[in-house]
Design a protein around this ligand. Structure first.
Ligand SMILES: O=c1ccn([C@@H]2O[C@H](COP(=O)(O)OP(=O)(O)O)[C@@H](O)[C@H]2O)c(=O)[nH]1
Ligand SMILES: [Ca+2]
Length: 404
């Protein structure tokens, strides 16, 4: 429907268009360069009159794998993957609006983990692709995003989409994002204690829609699901390229895995133990005592997405399309079921047991959630992806003076 207004404009001269003569449509393009994939979000906004805030009308979303960091040694190829996605925007945005439509790419943990030099090479190749496009390229349009923004912007997205940032009764919800290489937790503290007891760099003030929010947020680099696999295997931060074995993997398994441009060999405990118990002990070493545990979250409910959603959907804990509400203990129950019956789940990913066990340990021992803490698993609200990219687009439009 991006062409709807155009269609009228062709039939009627600008000021005589019968429906919403002053309706203005505009676009914002935000790239999410994640550790496991690159995604484009093309947002459409409609301003019905100059006095009121524009409305978010829709989103076009597409993604490619692998992520930019997999092209650490071939930055031009990485930029090509971005270009293919950007070509979609050429089709989606009407030509007369190209010059007014900003395009921005923000990279997350995958690029944070690369050397400065390799990351910069990728970013500058992408910048070139943007410069060659017909879109508006703001200053600083291609960058690595600060981890605290990643959490804040996702929190803005979820609370905007659920209607918590407008009107009087704002009951904001906390958000949990589990990426490939990092994980974020963000919420609006209600207790003075939380403000007092949190490390200062976990608290950030953020202005949006004429309100200031003082949020608790932190991004744990290396605690994303795939980074946690490597940590569990003992393969993180080592030059060693031996075979890494784990009780969380099927006994007979021996395989290879590429992550962040590095090849790893891994396998099961051929002779030793496998199953939930030994696996949980292995995974515990990765999370125990490594994360800050704010008291006030223990009983409150959170929105959870990304790999929390994917693994819950993979194991039928939730419906893949609808999402659903779970308790923390549901992940533990499913982890036991999968880890103690690995043969039965062998057609799924060999990492399913390890992933579910890690999610369980991260929630319970990492963040300190209770067994009965409620998690609202959500991929989309009103057909818009629950991703930090929408919050980032609001922020972008605000800074460009386009709106908000
Ligand atoms: O628009 C998006 C972007 C990512 N993801 C999920 O995020 C996880 C991957 O994380 P990512 O590659 O972004 O890693 P990060 O850089 O955040 O660590 C996977 O579960 C994806 O399904 C998603 O559901 N929607
Ligand atoms: Ca992400």
């Amino acid at each position: 429907h991006s062409n709807r207004e155009m269609w009228f404009q062709d039939l009627f001269p600008p000021n005589t268009c019968p429906i919403n003569a002053k309706t203005k449509t505009f676009y914002g393009i935000m790239f999410d360069a994640g550790s496991t994939g690159t995604r484009i979000h093309i947002y459409t906004f409609v301003q019905k009159s100059p006095e009121i805030l524009p409305e978010l009308e829709g989103e076009i979303f597409e993604s490619v794998k692998p992520g930019l960091s997999a092209y650490a040694d071939q930055p031009e190829k990485g930029a090509e993957s971005v270009k293919r996605l950007l070509d979609m925007a050429i089709d989606a945005v009407p030509p007369h609006l190209w010059k007014k439509t900003p395009v921005v790419l923000k990279a997350t943990a995958g690029l944070r983990l690369l050397s400065e030099e390799k990351a910069q090479a990728l970013l500058s190749e992408v910048k070139e692709v943007f410069e060659e496009s017909p879109f508006l390229v703001p200053e600083d349009s291609v960058s690595i995003m600060d981890g605290s923004y990643e959490g804040i912007l996702a929190w803005i997205t979820v609370n905007f989409l659920t209607g918590q940032l407008s009107g009087q009764n704002q009951h904001t919800v906390g958000t949990l994002d589990l990426g490939g290489a990092s994980t974020q937790i963000t919420f609006l503290p209600r207790f003075e204690e939380t403000l007092k007891e949190s490390p200062t760099d976990f608290l950030t003030s953020f202005e949006m829609f004429n309100s200031t929010y003082k949020l608790y947020t932190h991004s744990y680099l290396g605690f994303g699901l795939k980074a946690a696999r490597l940590a569990t295997l003992g393969a993180l931060n080592t030059e060693d390229r031996q075979m890494f074995r784990s009780s969380c993997l099927p006994k007979q398994l021996e395989a290879e895995w590429h992550f962040g441009g590095v090849k790893y060999r891994y396998g099961g405990n051929k002779e030793g133990e496998t199953g939930f118990k030994p696996c949980y002990l292995e995974v515990l070493k990765v999370v125990k005592g490594k994360l800050h545990q704010p008291d006030e979250i223990r009983g409150s409910s959170f929105y959870a997405f990304s790999y929390y959603y994917d693994r819950a959907a993979d194991t039928n804990l939730i419906d893949y399309e609808q999402g659903g509400v779970l308790e923390v203990r549901d992940f533990e129950r499913k982890a036991k079921e999968v880890c103690d019956n690995m043969e039965r789940f062998s057609s799924a990913s060999p990492f399913l047991c390890m992933d579910l066990t890690y999610i369980t340990a991260l929630l319970k021992e990492g963040f300190g959630f209770r067994d009965n803490t409620l998690l609202q698993l959500t991929k989309k609200v009103n057909n818009i992806e629950t991703s930090w990219t929408l919050g980032a687009t609001f922020h972008l439009l605000q800074s460009l003076g386009i709106t908000y």
